[in-house]
Design a protein around this ligand. Structure first.
Ligand SMILES: Cc1cc2nc3c(=O)[nH]c(=O)nc-3n(C[C@H](O)[C@H](O)[C@H](O)COP(=O)(O)OP(=O)(O)OC[C@H]3O[C@@H](n4cnc5c(N)ncnc54)[C@H](O)[C@@H]3O)c2cc1C
Length: 368
């Protein structure tokens, strides 16, 4: 039972954001930058942000050569270039907002492992470089000979990407929360939104049996969006991750891609973070459940032992999963759902790169 005071003063906001991942926090920050006096509330279902933003690999990436070639099969070249521009703009805004030192942003090398299966991609490297040149200002990819001790039976060569970096995901999210709070954004956690209604002049947003009111609502629930809005076209996709113990004399640093981006690994504080393998079992991984898939985890371990670290011994100290959202195309969904509700969802495997700029676009959509 709510009091008169609560109804009058604690339930009214200018803007409400559903979800406190990178997109939700970025949208909230952008709203406060555009309208400093607006009351902005972020409602987060769990105690921590619990989707992909605190679970990812921290690649500040624009895409590997084979990933971009796969994109070119799915989308026209103009859309691939537009997505690249979005990634560049998103990373620029993220770095400007947080500051490189505050999230350990570094450019220590980015590489793709090329096996026999990927060798045909090398022939198209110059074509892709020319396509991306207007956005990047220089050639993205070049073939190099260093193989960092990877198994030569599998890794025939490497392609270096000159435009990618890495960051500490935990520090990035900590900073985004701190920036949002410092600008006066309210964040309420443990608040699963269970109903929303656009009344034409505003939106009712219900959490359990409490209904908040706002002028505009941004949906930043990514993979979980269909629990609220079943007609939004997206599919969840779970990502499996593991991490090794500290490996003495680890022969590489930086970030690494394999097989069209379906596998990725990086050095982190002397350990290796390795993730991916969704392509081994798309059907099982199209879920919003956070369980480990033992079969994929085992495949990741096998690849670490056989391809990436054949000459090193290590143990697996951490395992976790995160949930992404995908669509028929790689383009994120940034649009009005109804007059006062805007969607910023379907970030695929690139939300670190595009999340900030998607948040800014959402804020502008709500203010229109
Ligand atoms: C293992 C893994 C590795 C990845 N690696 C990279 C990478 O290296 N580089 C990169 O660019 N991207 C990477 N990604 C993708 C990136 O993490 C995502 O694209 C991005 O985090 C999506 O952000 P988001 O804010 O849209 O969604 P999320 O981070 O999923 O946030 C959505 C939030 O909404 C909340 N929510 C859901 N339903 C409700 C509700 N009803 N009410 C209130 N709140 C709700 C959830 O609890 C969650 O906190 C990776 C993802 C995974 C899983």
């Amino acid at each position: 039972m709510l009091s008169f005071w609560e109804k009058q003063h604690l339930l009214q906001y200018d803007y409400i954001i559903a979800g406190s991942g990178i997109v939700g926090l970025s949208a909230a920050i952008s709203l406060k930058e555009l309208q400093p006096h607006a009351r902005v509330l972020v409602l987060e279902k769990e105690i921590l942000p619990t989707g992909a933003s605190t679970k990812n690999a921290g690649f500040a990436c624009i895409g590997s050569l084979t990933e971009l070639l796969a994109d070119l099969k799915l989308m026209p070249a103009t859309e691939v270039v537009a997505l690249l521009q979005l990634r560049r703009n998103g990373l620029q805004l993220l770095r400007q907002r947080i500051g490189d030192a505050n999230m350990d942003y570094r450019e220590r090398g980015s590489y793709e492992l090329i096996s026999d299966a990927e060798e045909p991609a090398l022939k198209r490297m110059e074509e892709v470089n020319s396509l991306l040149q207007p956005v990047l200002g220089g050639p993205a990819f070049k073939q190099i000979n260093n193989r960092f001790g990877f198994n030569p039976q599998y890794v025939k060569t490497l392609v270096q990407n000159n435009y990618e970096g890495e960051l500490n995901t935990g520090k990035m999210m900590r900073c985004l929360i701190d920036i949002a709070i410092s600008k006066g954004v309210e964040i309420k956690t443990g608040c699963p939104i269970n109903n929303i209604e656009d009344t034409g002049v505003g939106v009712h947003v219900t959490v359990k049996d409490i209904t908040f009111h706002c002028r505009g609502l941004a949906i930043c629930t990514n993979a979980f969006t269909r629990e609220l809005l079943p007609d939004v076209p997206l599919q969840p996709g779970r990502g499996q991750v593991l991490m090794t113990s500290v490996i003495p004399n680890l022969p590489f640093r930086g970030i690494f891609h394999m097989e069209e981006g379906y596998y990725y690994f990086r050095e982190l504080q002397g350990r290796v973070l390795f993730g991916g393998g969704r392509n081994l079992d798309f059907a099982t991984e199209a879920t919003t459940e956070f369980d480990l898939n033992q079969q994929i985890q085992q495949q990741l371990e096998n690849r670490l032992h056989n391809i990436i670290l054949p000459a090193h011994s290590f143990t697996i100290t951490e395992r976790w999963t995160g949930i992404m959202a995908f669509g028929d195309t790689r383009k994120p969904l940034i649009r009005k759902y109804s007059p006062n509700i805007a969607l910023g969802v379907r970030m695929g495997g690139m939300g670190v790169a595009i999340g900030s700029i998607v948040g800014e676009q959402l804020a502008n959509l709500l203010l229109q």
